[in-house]
Design a protein around this ligand. Structure first.
Ligand code: SAM
Length: 291
């Protein structure tokens, strides 16, 4: 069968091309061909993508498209595609739009009836899930947790009842604090996985409990260097959403009739939730009742 050419006879196409998250050999042959044949590569960082393109001898011109100029640039790019050009969108690593720019461009492309086409490939989230050894029948992608501790803890509390495996991205600056908060929110024994520098020379794939991962990071067995992705097992399914509803009701009732510490201890004992999580929830309930 003849190879499908990427250019179409009328109007152009917006290709969304996944690029390697470390190992350049992970750029697919189709990804390479699309980048070669496109009229323009819209890249998050043209210097970064320039290195990838020159490694493969690709001379396609680039334009920078990042979160600060996407709004204004999207219109011009869509105009060019309407006039027959083919544009390949890439980010620095992995799949564009997955914690990376591109949403506004794709939104506008659909609104204007432009042909869009994915060139799938690497993504740190899927790479981690594929080796985590945790349930993958259902999972949720939470990307980066908030940088500030209070917001991060609140976000994790909202995830307390989550039964799907949870995928997180984390930077080297916050990985220790993040694991600390994860232990507090989900309990230190929750099964988890840490992928560091996936597909790169110093790749590490570690399956352990949350406290085991924290310990390995603190001992230096997992160096605090490079890029990290975490997968955390969801809450045991048997406990699921009913427990969540009962928990709120239980805690509200206990708080009304018992001194704080006693109410928190009882609720933690009855539900198996970490005590500090119950205590924080109790304080929130009290604040709500006082206001
Ligand atoms: N679009 C990318 C994707 O599809 O995976 C993600 C971009 S996001 C801005 C960058 C984050 O992805 C990093 O901070 C890290 O958490 C994760 N990441 C990217 N490459 C990685 C790698 N090789 N190993 C582990 N995590 C990685």
């Amino acid at each position: 069968m003849p190879e499908q050419r990427i250019k179409r006879s009328t109007g152009g196409t917006l290709f969304v091309v996944a690029t390697p998250i470390g190992n350049r050999d992970d750029l697919s042959p189709r990804g390479r061909r699309v980048l070669e044949e496109a009229d323009l590569v819209a890249a998050e960082d043209t210097r970064h993508t320039g290195r990838l393109l020159s490694h493969f001898g690709i001379k396609t011109p680039q334009i920078a498209l990042h979160e600060h100029n996407e709004e204004s640039l999207a219109e011009r790019l869509v105009d060019r595609i309407e006039n027959g050009e083919t544009i390949a969108l890439v980010s620095d690593a992995g799949t564009p739009l997955i914690s990376d720019p591109g949403y506004r461009l794709l939104h506008l492309a659909h609104a204007r009836g432009i042909t869009v086409s994915p060139v799938p490939g690497p993504s740190a989230a899927i790479a981690a899930l594929s080796v985590a050894g945790l349930p993958t029948d259902r999972f949720c992608f939470e990307a980066f947790l908030p940088a500030k501790k209070a917001a991060r803890v609140a976000r994790l509390e909202a995830l307390a009842g989550e039964t799907r495996s949870i995928v997180l991205y984390e930077s080297v600056h916050r990985i220790d604090a993040c694991l600390d908060d994860l232990c507090g929110a989900f309990g230190p024994e929750r099964p988890a996985f840490l992928g560091r520098e996936l597909t790169k020379m110093h790749e590490q794939c570690v399956a352990a409990t949350l406290s085991g991962l924290r310990q390995s990071l603190r001992s230096g067995d997992i160096p605090a260097k490079g890029e990290f992705v975490l997968v955390i097992a969801g809450r045991e399914r048997g406990e699921s959403a009913t427990v969540e509803v009962d928990f709120e009701r239980l805690l509200t009732t206990l708080v009304r009739h018992l001194p704080g510490r006693q109410a928190a201890d009882l609720a933690a004992g009855l539900t198996g939730r970490p005590r500090n999580e119950v205590y924080r929830r109790m304080l929130a309930l009290r604040a709500r009742d006082d206001s």
